[in-house]
Design a protein around this ligand. Structure first.
Ligand SMILES: *[C@@H]1O[C@H](CO)[C@@H](O)[C@H](O)[C@H]1NC(C)=O
Length: 468
């Protein structure tokens, strides 16, 4: 058989396959092909510039550590297994940022990661039911009280503050920032009716009550946290001026326009992307005209979700599916030096592939090991927040980028965690210690490099025309 015949026959076969198949087969074929190419590119093309051992230190002498000392990157799941088994450490060089440990790791899209995504992450992301929310909160907050003390110290403030002076500690910055939130962003006065949508440990309420004669409502998903906050308020004899509720934001029982100020530092992270528009509409309705809402948002950079959710009205899950598509097609951009799947102007051409994959694996790790259900950040971009805010009829008074502050924040938590290592491992075992350690280092590093972003929004419900 001559070459020409073989070519001709191949051509016929390909032609027959595609013209004879449904669209579904076509799409599936393209996805599988993209997946294979993707895997190969990620696996073979990523040669580290520096030995992995510069960032990752093999710890046990009998462990074959050659992979870490040669100039090759380590696939993420290999690293993760070694890390969880205490065979490798993240080198703690630059406390702030822990910036470059990821340079020694590749993030190939494996069957394992796709399986994890589809089975463990996607269902919650798509439905985000009340029951799932409660279960996640219970798992995350209710059972590990002293762990949070190791992490946060006795103040138990969990929000990202704005670091104004470079030598400020986290606790100092948080204390100062509560002042700023109170006086400037929320501009609280004794006449205000205040709602905190995120009780945490009740420490923010205490700070407010020590400054102003306010009456405060505060809601939490977690029974344990609300009880902790209640006890704290009783001890400070302030419990007649604050009321703690355990409620999902979808079930709030307050009256329309009941409040003049609302604070929601971390609650949006837990509500799920599909509920963002509802969340802001609820806040809008609870606010009196002219009332303010201060909120922190955690988002993925727009390159990650640029195809996904440019419109808030897109059906739930549309974001997930098309983001997955961008992931699969990312190697094309890697090869061609251009963004393949993403046509957005904001997409950065170089390194996009690696970056997409890293963020994807980061979310998989967090959403399965550290905080399941906290998935608003998975595919949500800053633009999604802005769209949801505007469609709810709220005005943006101020927008601060807290990404560098967040990086510093998690680096300090990493240091605290490290400091209490013996205690945590003794009480909870090495796995819990390790998972959180990786989470903190990675989060700090991603915030530093722009792979995650955190912003502070000051929003206002406009005055109605007739009472302006
Ligand atoms: C916020 O800051 C981060 C890190 O400094 C940066 O990468 C990101 O682009 C900034 N976000 C916006 C919307 O400017």
């Amino acid at each position: 058989m001559s070459t020409a015949t073989v070519l001709q026959q191949t051509r016929n076969w390909v032609h027959g396959y595609f013209t004879g198949s449904s669209h579904l087969t076509l799409v599936l074929t393209i996805m599988v092909a993209a997946f294979v190419v993707n895997y190969l590119v990620q696996y073979f093309a990523a040669t580290g510039k520096v030995p992995a051992a510069q960032h990752l230190v093999p710890t046990s002498s009998n462990y074959p550590s050659t992979a870490y000392t040669k100039a090759r990157k380590i696939p993420f799941y290999t690293f993760l297994n070694d890390f969880m088994a205490n065979r490798v450490e993240i080198r703690k060089r630059d406390g702030y940022g822990l910036s470059h440990w990821d340079e020694s790791v590749t993030f190939p899209l494996t069957l394992r990661s796709l399986w994890t995504f589809t089975v463990q992450v996607l269902p919650t992301y798509l439905w985000h039911s009340r029951a799932a929310n409660r279960a996640h909160w219970r798992r995350f907050y209710d059972q590990r009280d002293d762990l949070f003390e190791c992490l946060m110290g006795r103040l138990r403030l969990s929000f990202t503050p704005r670091f104004i002076q470079s030598d400020e500690s986290l606790a100092e910055a948080q204390t100062h920032d509560i002042g700023r939130l109170t006086e400037e962003d929320l501009a609280l006065t004794p006449d205000d009716r205040v709602l905190n949508l995120d009780t945490q440990w009740g420490t923010v309420e205490l700070c407010w009550l020590s400054r102003l004669p306010l009456y405060i409502h505060s809601t939490s998903h977690s029974v344990e946290l609300a009880q902790y906050a209640q006890t704290l308020a009783e001890r400070a004899s302030a419990d007649d001026r604050v009321q703690f509720h355990t409620q999902d934001f979808r079930d709030l029982t307050f009256h329309p326009q009941q409040f003049t100020k609302i604070l929601a530092l971390e609650s949006a992270d837990w509500i799920g992307q599909k509920h963002l528009p509802d969340f802001f509409r609820t806040c809008h309705d609870l606010l009196a005209p002219g009332g303010r809402l201060v909120i922190h948002s955690t988002t993925s950079p727009s390159v990650f979700g640029s195809l996904a959710t440019s419109s808030v009205a897109s059906p739930p899950g549309g974001g997930a599916i098309s983001s997955l598509f961008s992931l699969l097609l990312a190697p094309l951009s890697f090869l061609g030096g251009r963004t393949g799947a993403s046509t957005s102007a904001s997409a950065t051409p170089t390194g996009l592939s690696h970056y997409l994959h890293e963020t994807f694996h980061y979310h998989l790790f967090c959403l399965t090991k550290v905080c399941p259900g906290r998935d608003t950040v998975l595919f949500t971009t800053l633009a999604d927040y802005v769209a949801a805010i505007q469609s709810a009829g709220l005005e943006i008074v101020r927008l601060d980028n807290l990404s560098q502050d967040a990086s510093k924040h998690y680096a300090e938590w990493f240091a605290n965690w490290d400091h209490h290592r013996a205690r945590i491992e003794m009480r909870y075992g090495e796995d819990i210690y390790r998972q959180m350690e990786l989470y903190l280092a990675w989060t700090s590093s991603l915030f530093r490099r722009g792979g995650l972003q955190r912003h502070l929004f000051v929003l206002q419900r406009p005055f109605d025309n007739n009472d302006a």
